[in-house]
Design a protein around this ligand. Sequence first.
Ligand SMILES: [Zn+2]
Length: 446
Amino acid sequence: MLTNIIEQVERAVLHMEPQRSVRFLNVSPPWAVERLQRGRFRRTLRLAAEASKFYREEFRRRGIDVRRVEHPSELGDFYTTGEDLRAHGAEAFLTGRADTAFETTGTTSPVPKRVFFSQREINEMGRASAIGLYLLGLRREDRVVSAFDCSFWVSPVVLRAGLQYLKCFHVEAGKIPPMEFYERARAYKPNVIFGEPSWVVRLSELARERGAWPLKFLYAGGENITEESRRAVEGVWGAPLYLNYGQTESFGVLGSECVQRDGYHRNDLFFFFETPEVDRDGYGELVYTTLVRDVMPLIRYRSTDVTRLIEEPCPCGLFAKRVAKVRARCDEMVVCGMGNVGPWVFEELLRGVRGVGADWQAIVRHDGLRDVIELHVELDHTSLRGEVERAVRAHLRERFADFWQNHEMRLYELRVEPGERGQLRAGRKLRRVVDERQMARRFAAR
Ligand SMILES: [Zn+2]
């Protein structure tokens, strides 16, 4: 009964003008959010168990009686994975009639994951996005041009749904070459630009050479960005670059940055977040359960992203708690002669190195007795190779005592492999760390 009342209030609040929603949500007590989450979790779980073939069969096989489950952690070692979506097909997860679908292509398989949604879900996500963008300062008088890729991708649809509540001018460029965007977008005098981080970096390089125009902010989603690249972009435009964190499976935004740019404020009204296994720094794989989806709910979905739940309040004062910036994808964590490494290690090695592009890739191979880590970078000039190699080695010594010690013990070899600009990235996502030893082993076992 109480949960129902809270739910009615929450729906009413989300349907207000964004500024009023934020005011209400900021004063709502934490217990009300928890209560709402639990009620929605129970409902989602029952719906999945009744109407979805995949969940019905899995729960039966594992002897899980969903009527007794009050909290995701009570499901033990039950999770839903991207592999489940691929192997069983999206249809096995459906619990209602879908109006649309999107796809996500990962870096581990060429088979896309398909995810289905209803128009109601689009509208709800749009309202939540509008609140997030309002907090970042987006207003009716602003002019938005988006370069989000429209091909099977969820982000442009979520953005459009959000902007219809904010009612600002909006042009959809699609993911066209940054040079073409630079020339064509200017005519609309945009003061807010949306795009994928690597695309935004490239656009900003062009703007640095040819001239930037006044922006309120830039907003990027779809992949990670180093803080160094972010600063470079912000320096060109004299405006902040905000990031969001989301997946197609989650229907876009799981969390969004605030003006502090220190972690993503998570959407606890729509998702239940967990990190079931964490390391000593509190980092672990993020697992989420959808709470307001009725076409294709996901129960304890393994995001494959390694991050940390931040419970401390943010200096910005917003009610919503945060998830930390994603450190790595699980498939990019590698244990090798260097140590336990992931993308953030190589980002640190390259931080402050002159003449290196934003794209890079580390490949771990086995060469006789030792692991060899090849750090592939894109250089402005091939003549910079020696300088880059020296800088990376110096950073290894200064910034990672343990990894340096292993290097001195010759447990591995670190090579810097230079290449030309643009050669590493083939698709939307660039796999940062590739363990070729695993691939070789898998091949041998076949
Ligand atoms: Zn904040």
